[in-house]
Design a protein around this ligand. Structure first.
Ligand SMILES: [Zn+2]
Length: 273
């Protein structure tokens, strides 16, 4: 667990996303939850030393950000579309997968789906003690991607719109909107970013993330202009030399390149690239 500011803590070493939380004078505000149940239980112990959970915000609809929700209290908050996706989760399939990924965890009955109970569509503010939380809908890595800005701490939790020094996942990305969202992120008066994946970083990394997205777009546009088939594009385009994969996912690198090309190639033919 890393202390980012006097009131903000985050964990960047778990398999899955980077969960974090803010200690306010009226309780804890969490942003995302650990993916692995054994991690979630350890994380909960640490949090409860500092206070009761008051709010639990999810930044996006991928399982590595919300699977641990069931181990925590507080009022769940997320974008409306993030909630819509979470409620569709097939828990039996997840339990099966988790019993292989986290064999140390035996109490699978306690592992349940806990969707957010409060939703928004554009932006919302939450107040807790002296802290203000500004939730912003910033489409990019997913349609419903949400940033949580904490002005009093000069910190922004970006969800997966920032992958710090690791491979970027485009499986359902909206790259044009993503670049626009990064411009909005840059306007926030923050010193630190807690990214969805990778180490905690500074605001200047936003430009590097944007450049990587632009390079991906250019590579796939070039493939389409040259008349390459999808298979040819997937054969020839790889950015694996640029960044490492997320920890524990190294084997998935070549498949991720193919998935990214597939998504961007489809968008190019819809004129959305
Ligand atoms: Zn994601």
């Amino acid at each position: 667990m890393e202390q980012v500011t006097p009131h903000i803590f985050a964990e960047t070493q778990y398999r899955g996303c980077n969960p974090g939380f803010v200690v306010t004078s009226e309780g804890i505000v969490m942003v995302d939850t650990p993916q692995m149940p054994t991690d979630a239980l350890k994380y909960r112990e640490e949090i409860l030393k500092k206070g009761e959970v008051r709010y639990l915000i999810n930044t996006e609809p991928h399982g590595d950000h919300f699977m641990g929700n069931c181990f925590f209290g507080g009022i769940g908050v997320a974008h409306e579309e993030t909630r819509n996706r979470i409620v569709q989760t097939d828990m039996n399939a997840i339990k099966e997968r988790m019993s292989m990924m986290d064999p140390g965890f035996k109490d699978l009955d306690s592992f349940t789906l806990r969707p957010p109970s409060v939703t928004f569509t554009q932006s919302m503010k939450i107040y807790s003690g002296d802290h203000e939380f500004v939730l912003l809908h910033l489409p990019g890595h997913t349609f419903s991607e949400t940033a949580v800005f904490v002005p009093q701490e000069r910190v922004v939790f970006t969800g997966d719109n920032i992958f710090y020094n690791c491979q970027t996942f485009f499986q359902e990305a909206l790259p044009k909107e993503w670049l626009q969202s990064l411009k909005t992120l840059k306007t926030l008066e923050a010193d630190f970013i807690i990214p969805g994946h990778g180490e905690i970083c500074k605001m200047d990394y936003i430009d590097e993330q944007a450049a990587f997205i632009e390079d991906w777009i250019a590579a796939v546009k070039n493939a389409v202009e040259k008349g390459w088939s999808l298979e040819e594009a997937q054969e020839r385009i790889s950015f694996l030399d640029r960044y490492p994969m997320l920890s524990g996912m190294a084997d998935f690198g070549p498949q991720l390149q193919k998935t990214n090309v597939g998504r961007l190639y489809a968008l190019a033919f819809e004129n959305r690239l």
